[in-house]
Design a protein around this ligand. Structure first.
Ligand code: CA2
Length: 148
Protein backbone atom coordinates (compact mmCIF):
# COMPACT_ATOMS: atom_id res chain seq x y z
CA UNK A 1 0.00 0.00 0.00
CA UNK A 2 1.44 3.37 -1.04
CA UNK A 3 0.41 6.75 0.32
CA UNK A 4 1.29 10.21 -0.94
CA UNK A 5 1.54 12.79 1.87
CA UNK A 6 1.08 16.26 0.39
CA UNK A 7 1.72 19.51 2.24
CA UNK A 8 0.91 22.96 0.92
CA UNK A 9 2.42 26.42 1.24
CA UNK A 10 4.49 27.51 4.24
CA UNK A 11 4.31 24.16 6.02
CA UNK A 12 8.07 23.89 5.39
CA UNK A 13 8.32 26.68 7.99
CA UNK A 14 6.79 24.61 10.80
CA UNK A 15 8.48 25.20 14.12
CA UNK A 16 9.97 28.52 12.98
CA UNK A 17 6.96 30.81 13.53
CA UNK A 18 3.53 30.75 15.25
CA UNK A 19 4.36 27.94 17.73
CA UNK A 20 1.16 28.81 19.63
CA UNK A 21 -0.87 27.61 16.62
CA UNK A 22 1.34 25.02 14.89
CA UNK A 23 3.62 23.83 17.70
CA UNK A 24 7.40 23.89 18.06
CA UNK A 25 8.25 20.90 15.93
CA UNK A 26 9.71 21.28 12.44
CA UNK A 27 8.68 19.90 9.05
CA UNK A 28 11.54 17.38 9.38
CA UNK A 29 10.09 16.25 12.74
CA UNK A 30 6.74 15.76 10.99
CA UNK A 31 8.41 13.79 8.19
CA UNK A 32 10.19 11.57 10.74
CA UNK A 33 6.94 10.84 12.60
CA UNK A 34 5.15 10.00 9.34
CA UNK A 35 7.95 7.64 8.26
CA UNK A 36 7.90 5.91 11.68
CA UNK A 37 4.12 5.46 11.47
CA UNK A 38 4.41 4.14 7.91
CA UNK A 39 6.85 1.49 9.10
CA UNK A 40 4.50 0.59 11.97
CA UNK A 41 1.51 0.29 9.62
CA UNK A 42 3.50 -1.54 6.95
CA UNK A 43 2.80 1.02 4.24
CA UNK A 44 5.06 3.01 1.91
CA UNK A 45 4.93 6.79 1.96
CA UNK A 46 6.23 9.61 -0.22
CA UNK A 47 6.25 13.11 1.28
CA UNK A 48 5.93 16.21 -0.87
CA UNK A 49 5.67 19.87 0.12
CA UNK A 50 5.16 22.76 -2.27
CA UNK A 51 4.38 26.45 -2.04
CA UNK A 52 2.87 26.33 -5.55
CA UNK A 53 -0.71 25.37 -6.34
CA UNK A 54 0.14 24.00 -9.81
CA UNK A 55 2.92 21.82 -8.40
CA UNK A 56 0.43 20.31 -5.93
CA UNK A 57 -2.00 19.67 -8.81
CA UNK A 58 0.85 17.99 -10.74
CA UNK A 59 1.64 15.78 -7.72
CA UNK A 60 -2.01 14.72 -7.40
CA UNK A 61 -2.24 13.92 -11.12
CA UNK A 62 1.04 11.97 -11.02
CA UNK A 63 -0.30 9.91 -8.09
CA UNK A 64 -2.84 8.26 -10.40
CA UNK A 65 -1.95 4.60 -10.90
CA UNK A 66 0.92 4.74 -8.37
CA UNK A 67 -0.58 5.62 -4.99
CA UNK A 68 -3.47 3.98 -3.15
CA UNK A 69 -4.20 6.92 -0.87
CA UNK A 70 -3.45 10.59 -0.36
CA UNK A 71 -3.08 12.53 2.89
CA UNK A 72 -3.32 16.22 2.07
CA UNK A 73 -2.85 19.37 4.07
CA UNK A 74 -3.39 21.99 1.36
CA UNK A 75 -2.66 24.77 3.92
CA UNK A 76 -3.96 28.14 2.64
CA UNK A 77 -5.06 26.55 -0.67
CA UNK A 78 -7.68 24.66 1.35
CA UNK A 79 -9.72 27.83 1.44
CA UNK A 80 -9.26 28.93 -2.19
CA UNK A 81 -8.41 26.13 -4.57
CA UNK A 82 -10.94 24.71 -7.00
CA UNK A 83 -7.91 23.37 -8.91
CA UNK A 84 -6.95 21.06 -6.02
CA UNK A 85 -10.57 19.97 -5.61
CA UNK A 86 -10.81 19.13 -9.32
CA UNK A 87 -7.49 17.24 -9.29
CA UNK A 88 -8.55 15.13 -6.29
CA UNK A 89 -11.88 14.38 -7.94
CA UNK A 90 -10.21 13.57 -11.26
CA UNK A 91 -7.80 10.95 -9.87
CA UNK A 92 -10.45 9.59 -7.45
CA UNK A 93 -7.78 8.26 -5.08
CA UNK A 94 -9.11 8.01 -1.50
CA UNK A 95 -7.86 11.14 0.24
CA UNK A 96 -7.94 12.45 3.81
CA UNK A 97 -7.73 16.21 4.49
CA UNK A 98 -5.59 17.12 7.51
CA UNK A 99 -5.10 20.40 9.36
CA UNK A 100 -2.72 20.81 12.26
CA UNK A 101 -4.84 23.54 13.84
CA UNK A 102 -8.55 23.45 14.53
CA UNK A 103 -9.69 25.50 11.54
CA UNK A 104 -13.28 25.46 12.82
CA UNK A 105 -12.21 27.65 15.76
CA UNK A 106 -10.24 30.24 13.78
CA UNK A 107 -11.15 33.02 11.29
CA UNK A 108 -14.31 32.51 9.25
CA UNK A 109 -12.39 32.14 5.98
CA UNK A 110 -10.60 29.08 7.41
CA UNK A 111 -13.96 27.33 7.99
CA UNK A 112 -14.37 26.95 4.23
CA UNK A 113 -12.67 23.99 2.58
CA UNK A 114 -12.81 23.50 -1.17
CA UNK A 115 -11.15 20.08 -1.01
CA UNK A 116 -13.33 18.57 1.71
CA UNK A 117 -15.96 17.22 -0.68
CA UNK A 118 -13.30 15.18 -2.52
CA UNK A 119 -12.03 13.58 0.71
CA UNK A 120 -13.29 10.59 2.68
CA UNK A 121 -12.57 12.42 5.96
CA UNK A 122 -11.19 15.63 7.47
CA UNK A 123 -9.02 15.65 10.60
CA UNK A 124 -8.35 19.07 12.14
CA UNK A 125 -6.86 20.27 15.40
CA UNK A 126 -4.96 17.11 16.32
CA UNK A 127 -1.51 18.56 15.56
CA UNK A 128 0.94 16.21 13.85
CA UNK A 129 -1.05 13.23 15.18
CA UNK A 130 -3.70 14.10 12.58
CA UNK A 131 -1.40 12.90 9.78
CA UNK A 132 -0.84 9.57 11.56
CA UNK A 133 -4.57 9.17 12.19
CA UNK A 134 -5.21 9.89 8.50
CA UNK A 135 -2.77 7.16 7.46
CA UNK A 136 -4.49 4.64 9.76
CA UNK A 137 -7.89 5.68 8.47
CA UNK A 138 -6.78 5.28 4.83
CA UNK A 139 -5.28 1.86 5.54
CA UNK A 140 -8.52 0.73 7.18
CA UNK A 141 -10.63 2.21 4.37
CA UNK A 142 -8.54 0.48 1.68
CA UNK A 143 -8.58 -2.87 3.51
CA UNK A 144 -12.38 -2.73 3.61
CA UNK A 145 -12.49 -1.89 -0.11
CA UNK A 146 -10.40 -5.00 -0.93
CA UNK A 147 -12.86 -7.22 1.02
CA UNK A 148 -15.81 -6.06 -1.16
O1 CA2 B 1 -3.87 24.05 10.41
C1 CA2 B 1 -3.38 23.77 9.33
O2 CA2 B 1 -2.75 22.75 9.12
C2 CA2 B 1 -3.51 24.76 8.16
O3 CA2 B 1 -3.73 24.01 6.98
C3 CA2 B 1 -2.20 25.51 8.09
C4 CA2 B 1 -2.20 26.63 7.05
C5 CA2 B 1 -3.42 27.51 7.20
O4 CA2 B 1 -3.45 28.44 6.12
C6 CA2 B 1 -4.71 26.72 7.22
O5 CA2 B 1 -5.79 27.61 7.41
C7 CA2 B 1 -4.69 25.70 8.33
C8 CA2 B 1 -0.97 27.52 7.21
C9 CA2 B 1 0.33 26.80 7.15
C10 CA2 B 1 1.40 27.78 7.47
O6 CA2 B 1 2.28 27.19 8.37
C11 CA2 B 1 3.12 28.00 9.04
C12 CA2 B 1 4.09 27.35 9.74
C13 CA2 B 1 4.97 28.08 10.47
C14 CA2 B 1 4.91 29.46 10.48
C15 CA2 B 1 3.93 30.09 9.77
C16 CA2 B 1 3.03 29.35 9.04
Amino acid sequence: MKFLILNGPNLNLLGLREPDIYGCQTYQDLADRIQAEAARLGVEVTLRQSNHEGALVDDIQAAYGTYDGIVINPAAYTHTSVALLDALKAVAIPAVEVHISDVSQREDFRKISYVRSACIATIAGHGFDGYLEAMGLLKEHLSHCKED
